[in-house]
Design a protein around this ligand. Structure first.
Ligand code: AMP
Length: 283
């Protein structure tokens, strides 16, 4: 079974291959990634295998979601290793288009998501990000035409934006969120964790610890505002440069004032040295 993986780099070849699957009535799952795969990505792959007959993993570092000063050129790339891991995981197809195949000369259309994409979280610090994500994911959805697509809760605002985008564009795909995979000390797995120095790596799990502490205090009835202020100070004192720590409505991502305002998601983003980390948990 381990040898059936097909690597596809052009849209006509992708279409031909997937048409055969659909003719046979097979259920297709898509797992979009930027490569540099870790156990977090593989949890999505496992869930995809559980729910579908054919699993497509896209590997594409999407230039349109990076701002000019961000790490597009230095983003970790390891396609050969990724392919090996995906073959072992019995993935059927790797969709690895070039930038030119995804954005041919003259490409001129970009989605501008609103709602959760304007919640004042990631969007405040990465104004290019969700436009780029929504555009590339819409393209991936129309290229692959999957029955289901799996995204990590690790990128919670992204999961909300993509879910809304698929709904708003009437794309016949079910978007499924998969729980965050963590190291044993709580640090959420991320391709960017390789940027952390040894010293930073020991501090990094603090982000999750603060989230958990805040969630417990809010659950116990402490005032949300107060809990957030204390949490922000704790993150500062640990040596992070905090971008945000917020309590938001789990679906709309609108700010929450009290426990009764709805299901709450706590979201955080902070820089540790040059590395920007994000995390979130349910309250
Ligand atoms: P990326 O390659 O960083 O764009 O991530 C591809 C997909 O993997 C996204 O849906 C992410 O949310 C998901 N993902 C990344 N890290 C994790 C993790 N630690 N646990 C679960 N899913 C993750």
């Amino acid at each position: 079974m381990a040898s059936r993986l097909k690597i596809v780099r052009t849209i006509p070849s992708l279409r031909r291959t997937l048409e055969l699957c659909r003719k046979k009535g097979e259920r297709v799952a898509l797992v979009p990634t930027m490569g540099a795969l870790h156990r977090g990505h593989m949890a999505l792959v496992r869930e995809a295998r559980r729910r579908a007959n054919r699993v497509v993993v896209s590997v594409f570092v999407n230039p349109t979601q990076f701002a000019p000063h961000e790490d597009f050129t230095s983003y970790p790339r390891s396609l050969a290793t990724d392919i090996k891991v995906l073959r072992e995981a019995e993935v059927d197809l790797v969709w690895a288009p070039s930038v030119e195949a995804m954005y041919p000369d003259g490409f001129a259309t970009r989605l501008t998501p609103e709602g959760a994409a304007k919640a004042g979280l990631e969007d405040q610090f990465r104004p290019y990000f969700f436009g780029g994500v929504a555009t590339v994911v819409a393209k991936l959805f129309t290229q692959v035409l999957p029955d289901i697509a799996l995204f990590g809760q690790k990128d919670y605002q992204q999961l909300r934006v993509v879910t809304q985008m698929a709904k708003d564009l009437d794309l016949p795909v079910k978007v499924i969120g998969v729980p965050t995979v963590r190291e044993s000390d709580g640090l959420a797995l991320s391709s960017r964790n390789v940027y952390l120095s040894a010293a930073e790596r020991t501090v990094a799990p603090m982000l999750h610890r603060v989230l958990k502490g805040c969630a417990t205090r809010i659950k116990n009835g402490e005032k949300v505002d107060r809990v957030l202020n204390v949490g922000r100070i704790e993150i500062d004192l640990a040596g992070f440069a905090l971008d945000y720590l917020e309590a938001s409505h789990a679906l709309t991502l609108a700010p929450i004032v009290s426990l009764k305002d709805g299901p709450i998601r706590m979201l955080v983003a902070a820089k540790l040295g040059k590395t920007r980390l994000i995390d979130n948990i349910a309250v």
